[in-house]
Structure formats: C-alpha cells, structure tokens
Design a protein around this ligand. Structure first.
Ligand SMILES: [Fe+2]
Length: 145
C-alpha cells in the first residue's frame, strides 16, 4: 500500500472537514428537531461528535501547514431535504458510514504519528456512533428496519 502524498492527504482531510462541518450543522438541526423526543440524546451525541471532528480535522490541516477548507459539504442540503426525523437520522448514519469507509482506506496508508492516531480515533468513534444510532432507530421502529 502506498504512503499518502501531501496533496492527496490535504485533499482527503479537507473533504472530511467539509463533510463533518456539514454534519455539525445537520446535528444542530437534529438537536432542535429531536428536543423532548426519543432521539434527543442521539441527536446531541451526533452534534457534539461532528463538532469535535470538524475541529480535529481543522487542527490537523493547520498542523501540517495546509489551509483548511472553509466550505460546508452538500451533505447538509441533502439531509435537510429529508423531512422526517427518523429518515434524517438514517440518512446521517449512512453519511457516517461513508466517513468511516474513507477513514478505513486512508489510515493504513499514513505513517505512525499523531495524525494517524487522531484519524484512527475518529474512525473508532464513528463506528461506535453508527452502531448506537442503528440500535436507537431499530428500537424506535423494529418492524420496518
Ligand atoms: Fe461524522
């Protein structure tokens, strides 16, 4: 497996940053929408995590002397186009799966060090949250999932 070149790495980190930033905005909307309901805690976890990893990716780009993107991924608009809370959460979870796949491809190609450690933690956190969201969605509507 090839080591990731600098340009490819910056592109990948910025793509993930834009996705997580979109996720943070989606998370804020979900927190608002889920208030007082069964998915309130889950929405809070999603929001906090997206904010956390947006920051981590921003810092990671700075740490390698790269310019962090200031864009928000189109994931925000795509999620907001979905009306119902459960359908939105399911869509967000598929987005989280996409992020996990990207991280799974990227991390083995990085040299051992702080960046690889951060991205491995990000992958692990995404895997844990995807499972938690799937369980919460299943508990809410066991018949149709
Ligand atoms: Fe995420």
């Amino acid at each position: 497996m090839d080591t990731v070149g600098r340009e490819e790495l910056i592109e990948a980190l910025n793509m993930l940053l834009e996705a997580e930033r979109a996720g943070a905005r989606v998370g804020a909307a979900l927190v608002h929408q889920a208030k007082g309901g069964a998915f309130e805690a889950l929405a809070g976890v999603i929001h906090d995590d997206e904010v956390r990893w947006s920051r981590a990716l921003f810092e990671a780009l700075k740490a390698i002397g790269a310019e962090p993107s200031d864009k928000v991924g189109d994931f925000y608009d795509r999620t907001m186009a979905i009306g119902g809370l459960e359908d939105r959460l399911a869509f967000v979870n598929r987005g989280q799966g996409w992020v996990a796949r990207k991280l799974r491809e990227l991390t083995p190609r990085l040299e051992a060090g702080p960046l690889r450690t951060t991205l491995e933690e990000m992958l692990e956190a995404h895997v844990v949250n995807i499972d938690a969201a799937n369980r919460a969605l299943q508990a809410a509507s066991p018949s149709d999932r």
